[in-house]
Write a protein that binds this ligand. Sequence first.
Ligand SMILES: C[S@@+](CC[C@H](N)C(=O)[O-])C[C@H]1O[C@@H](n2cnc3c(N)ncnc32)[C@H](O)[C@@H]1O
Length: 448
Amino acid sequence: MRRKARPGGGKQLELVIDSLGARGDGVSEHEGRPVYVPGTMPGDRLRVKLVGERSGGFKAEILELLEAGESHVDAPCQHYGVCGGCNVQHVAPEFYRRWKRDIVVQALTRKGFSGGEVAEMVQVAAGTRRRAVFSALARGKKVSLGFHERESHRVVDVIDCKLLNSPLAGMIAPLRELLMVLLVPEQEKADITAISSTAGLDILVVSTAKLTLEGREAITAFAEKNSVARFAWNRPGEEPEPVAIRDKPIQVFGDIPVLPPEGAFLQPSAEGQQVLTDLVMGYLPDSFETVADLFSGCGTFTFPLSKRAQVHAVEGDERAVMALTTSARRNETTHRITSDCRDLDKDPITEEELEGGDCVVLDPPRTGAREQCYELAKSDIKTIVYVSCSPSTFARDARILVEGGYSLQEVTPVDQFIWSEHVELVARFEAEYDTDDDSADLDVEEES
Ligand SMILES: C[S@@+](CC[C@H](N)C(=O)[O-])C[C@H]1O[C@@H](n2cnc3c(N)ncnc32)[C@H](O)[C@@H]1O
């Protein structure tokens, strides 16, 4: 039988890296096509092997680093190069800051913006991650617990992770021990969302493994020993079952305590949450009466916003809306909070529903908020603050808003996903002066 030809042919060559691509790989050129080499930097001289195709070019692996570029530094983590979590730990801090900010600038210039709107990037420190999703896999008598290798289903057995805060980092070894009881008998796998809260860890395991009596007892003992507030088990397609509840894993938004559902979306670090909240608050006008908080989650921005105005929070996850409304009912906020569970892609808040509102804050998932932005573009909302975790879908949506008569005033990149190619941002749009508006004409005449 003939063996399938390997893309790139396994060919070996020597090259020099020219730039760092948007996915964090060094980029060079071979036969007029780009060559992407993970773990490399501009100025690196290397011997590589072509191992596949990517984006009209080649993927390559390093065989030997012959000479390192001046911004190529040693990665601080022992799992670097294998773990898919952090692919740019080899980049010197100053180069890293410029490269990450530039990802935002380039996404905007591709959509016809000048890029001059982009402010300096705000960085969150390593060692602060309070929410992480781990993978676990039983093989024989062992369980690997950590993160996926890059572009692979293999799990890197993480000993030490530089991103995690100390409660999460300290949980890895005991959790691995526990998973031996839970996953080894059936040789199962699991996804584990772990969140640190003021009351202790909040852990959700999603797995098809059957939970035995021995497993339940092991979870209870683990929870007692490791300051776990809540430990829930979730078979896919079923509701999460709380197996051990020792306390309420409360999160605080503004100064309002909220009890999120198991495995809830939260900003990955408390520090990042504060940075984003401060930017959102700072981009809103000094005084306004109403604001819609779209894609509100459990109320990260809703509660701080409620100190300044009446808030209407809209979110697609029913359990998150429940957490938000329960907390709004229990805790006095200065202004009223209303909420709605709604799919904003299929059923965006319409131009008519937005009528008379002052401001909108939106924080969609990576796919952006195209349908919602078409409605916003037609509305008479004065200020829109857009929080995004994807510069490219943000730039697409920004173009919709600008074509609808908004101006993009400022964009601040935020680095919460440290040592990865992911970058977040907060942006402010203002409604442009409408010359067809008679009342606006009148105001100008009266002033002059
Ligand atoms: C990036 S998170 C932001 C959540 C919140 N603003 C925060 O900072 O914690 C995006 C939120 O959008 C929600 N979501 C995703 N798709 C949605 C949709 N089509 N309609 C409404 N909400 C959606 C998710 O459940 C998630 O809570």
